[in-house]
Design a protein around this ligand. Structure first.
Ligand SMILES: [Fe+2]
Length: 137
């Protein structure tokens, strides 16, 4: 069973956002598996980098959607994204200074954060996108 199990409960009902979230879940699982398999710091580092890059890109995509629909709760949503990025940057920094165990901390943070953020904040955004008639974007 995957470390971070995707389920329909995590679907926000928007294909674009769901696809991004599934990719993030896949990358968290890859990171966790690499730690379990005792992969090198180099391998862990490249998965972490892919995870950070994709997280940034995903947040940008959501932010564009929010701007497009003039989302009323945009500031609060962006604040959550900003805080996660700050936490991730601290972990990235620690990893670069040679703390390989940080990788598992990152997987745990993202599994927890994504589950809660998707279930509450992104579902609300997705409902607003659908209401604005952009469900097919
Ligand atoms: Fe979000």
């Amino acid at each position: 069973m995957d470390y971070f199990q995707w389920s329909d409960a995590l679907s926000v009902g928007n294909t674009l956002i769901d696809q991004d979230h599934k990719e993030l879940v896949t990358l968290v699982n890859e990171l966790h598996q690499a730690v379990q398999d005792g992969k090198s710091s180099e391998t862990l580092g490249s998965i972490l980098q892919a995870l950070f890059t994709y997280t940034h890109e995903h947040f940008q995509r959501e932010e564009l959607l929010m701007e497009h629909i003039k989302y009323a709760d945009m500031d609060a949503h962006l604040d959550q994204h900003k805080k996660l990025i700050e936490q991730v940057e601290v972990l990235q920094d620690a990893f670069e200074r040679g703390r390989a165990e940080v990788a598992i901390g990152t997987a745990e943070l993202l599994r927890y954060w994504l589950t809660h953020h998707i279930m509450r904040t992104d579902k609300k955004l997705s409902a607003a996108i659908a209401q604005a008639g952009l469900a097919e974007l």
